[in-house]
Design a protein around this ligand. Structure first.
Ligand code: HEC
Ligand code: HEC
Length: 350
């Protein structure tokens, strides 16, 4: 009798656990993550739920825009080929979507650092009228009346009613595992591969001219700086000053990571540079810079065409092809299609 009622209880909606814990691995030589995993321990269930949400249009008003629409795997989880990202009804966001890898080591988010915790980040695009255009009430209502999500939130977090707290935690669990540490650069540093000559020369030059602001292993020092870009007259984006209110922070933007930079064009906070060549032209230009430009860039960085070629070769070694082809990170729909295709080819060969 006891056994039977036990089974009946397990079969109802009340079932919670056992959960499958997942250990977060810090790559060798990297600092400890800043994300507090004790407040949101990774589990297989939580990660799978976060991934489903990340690729689901249910978080947007028209059902068409998911996180993955703007953070595309093949663009290093940035928006590939668009200066400003497209949200619902093809409205434009005002900034270029950054690649969201290695977020476990970041303290504040967005180009201006306006968001202080990764779990809160999803609330911004969901409610921005030019991104996902939704309200939190409506998203939570959709999730709470969705049998599959209700079951999965209960399994992962033991809650009957989904709130923004669990929504943020679930999405964070997936975003946190997007760790990029397997580029050619990383393999060379581990002693498993070798730079060819232009990459090696580019690497040496990078250490002289770029490393203060873009230091490894993240290729950003996470600071906010004015890189000498003139203010866009239409967007009128003052960057960090919008958050701190200090004029000294005018036109300061977060130093972006350069990991997967070959994939994530266009570049800059508003995507104004179409190519890496454009970025280098900006750095070496002798034009007068706006007031408040970082002292390291005030007079530009002298770069010959040869040096630009070598630096580009080095930056290309930061592309992590294991990240962008890992089925664990790709939408399930894409994984299914790719499997179908492989099966078809397999049958043809048989
Ligand atoms: C319409 C396009 C769009 C959608 C949809 C979108 N994002 Fe973003 N995301 C951006 C842009 C643009 C930025 C930079 C915003 C800024 O700096 O003001 C950004 C920034 C971020 C950042 C901070 C990255 C950093 O380095 O600071 C994270 C994390 C992130 N998004 C996660 C998500 C998640 C999770 C979702 C789904 C809930 C999502 N995004 C949906 C465009 C989008
Ligand atoms: C004084 C600090 C500083 C130095 C030195 C510096 N950068 Fe940057 N870099 C920045 C900042 C800040 C941005 C973002 C600018 C913006 O969008 O407003 C940036 C943006 C970039 C981007 C665009 C990336 C993207 O995803 O949008 C690339 C590429 C880049 N830097 C490469 C380099 C290289 C290569 C060097 C050395 C030749 C270098 N940087 C030197 C601060 C610096």
């Amino acid at each position: 009798m006891i056994v039977l009622s036990g089974i009946a209880w397990v079969q109802t909606d009340n079932w919670w656990g056992p959960l499958h814990p997942v250990k977060f691995n810090t790559p060798k030589g990297w600092p400890a993550p800043v994300y507090d995993f004790s407040a949101n321990p990774l589990t297989k269930e939580g990660i799978a739920l976060g991934k489903q949400l990340f690729y689901d249009g249910i978080l947007s008003k028209d059902g068409m825009v998911s996180c993955g629409t703007c953070h595309q795997s093949f663009g290093g989880f940035a928006t590939y080929d668009h200066s400003l990202s497209h949200g619902i009804e093809n409205r434009f966001s005002t900034r270029n979507a950054p690649g969201i890898v290695n977020m476990a080591w970041q303290k504040n988010f967005m180009w201006d650092g306006g968001i202080l915790h990764l779990d809160l980040q999803p609330l911004a695009p969901i409610t921005a009228e030019n991104e996902m255009g939704e309200t939190l009430d409506s998203v939570l209502h959709k999730l709470n009346t969705h049998a599959d999500y209700r079951k999965k939130f209960q399994q992962a977090f033991g809650v009957k009613k989904i709130t923004t707290l669990e929504l943020g935690k679930a999405i964070s669990q997936f975003v946190l595992i997007l760790v990029s540490n397997n580029s050619k650069y990383d393999r060379v540093m581990r002693g498993d591969d070798k730079f060819i000559l232009p990459e090696q020369l580019g690497y040496e030059m990078f250490q002289q001219k770029c490393i203060t602001c873009h230091p490894p292993p993240f290729f950003t020092d996470f600071s906010f700086r004015n890189a000498g870009l003139a203010e866009d007259e239409v967007l009128q984006d003052k960057g960090r000053m919008r958050i701190t209110g200090k004029t000294a922070d005018s036109l300061h933007f977060k130093v972006p990571s350069l990991r997967n930079v070959a994939l994530s064009f266009p570049y800059g906070h508003d995507g104004r540079w179409a190519t890496l060549r454009n970025v280098f032209e900006h750095y070496r230009s002798k034009q007068t810079r706006p007031l408040g430009t970082d002292s390291l860039l005030k007079n530009g960085i002298p770069l010959s065409n040869y040096e630009i070629g070598q630096l580009t070769a080095f930056l290309y070694t930061l592309t992590d092809s294991t990240l962008i082809t890992n089925p664990a990170f790709l939408p399930e729909e894409l994984n299914r299609l790719q499997k179908q295709e492989r099966d078809i080819h397999q049958n043809k060969r048989d």
